[in-house]
Every structure is written in structure tokens, then in C-alpha cells.
Design a binder for this molecule. Sequence first.
Ligand SMILES: [Zn+2]
Length: 135
Amino acid sequence: MSNWRARLAQWMQGRYGGNDTLNKWLLGAFLILLLLSLLLQSNLLNLLAILVLIYSYFRIFSRNITKRAAENQKFLELTQPIRRFFGGKKAAGQYSKTHRVYACPSCGQKVRVPKGRGKIEITCPKCRTSFIKRS
Ligand SMILES: [Zn+2]
């Protein structure tokens, strides 16, 4: 039963695996292109979808791990503004493990406070209003 798994693992050894952001986006692009090609009955989009899929599979099975990682790094740099836009909430969630963000009741300025200090008085850096919160 686990034989094929072991063989697959062995075969995948030394290959990139494609478990990165670029491949996730490639897969997403493939699905969108495929859907569009069906909707618009476009052979060109269909071809494009297939090329994107081939590229993502090429990356998964590639033995040139350094180059694939560099590719992903480059992609991350290029798409940072887009990902920040879409992933803004997620990033804030990760941040809140150590800090909490309160909005000043007077001017709405966001104030970041370290967690686990109990009741604390926060002074707004913008308008100097003090307010008490649990952190
Ligand atoms: Zn304020």
C-alpha cells in the first residue's frame, strides 16, 4: 500500500517540489485561463493555460532547486505590492500574536500596544488623548 508512496518520494528526491508562492499563482492563473478559454471559446487562451500548467509541472519536477528558488524569490519581489494588498489582513493577524492595535477614540489614529500587559493607559501619538485598554 505504501509502496507507491515510497517510490514517489524516492523519485521526488532532489526535485524542487514546487511548494511555493509562484506555483500557487501559476495554478491559479491556469484555472482562470482555462475558465476564460472555455467562456470565450478561445484556442489561444487554452494554449496559454496549458503552457502555464506545463511550466508549473516543470518547476515541480525540476532538479535545479537553486534556480527555482531564485525564480520564486524574484516573483515574490515583483508581486509584493499585489500580495500586500490582498494579504494585508493576514499579515496583520500574524502581527497580533505579540501586539494589539487600538484606534484612538478621539482621532482614530491606530496605536500598537504589546500584548499581555494588563490594563494600560495608552496615549495617542497624534492628538495626545489618553485612553485605558486591556492589552
Ligand atoms: Zn488620537
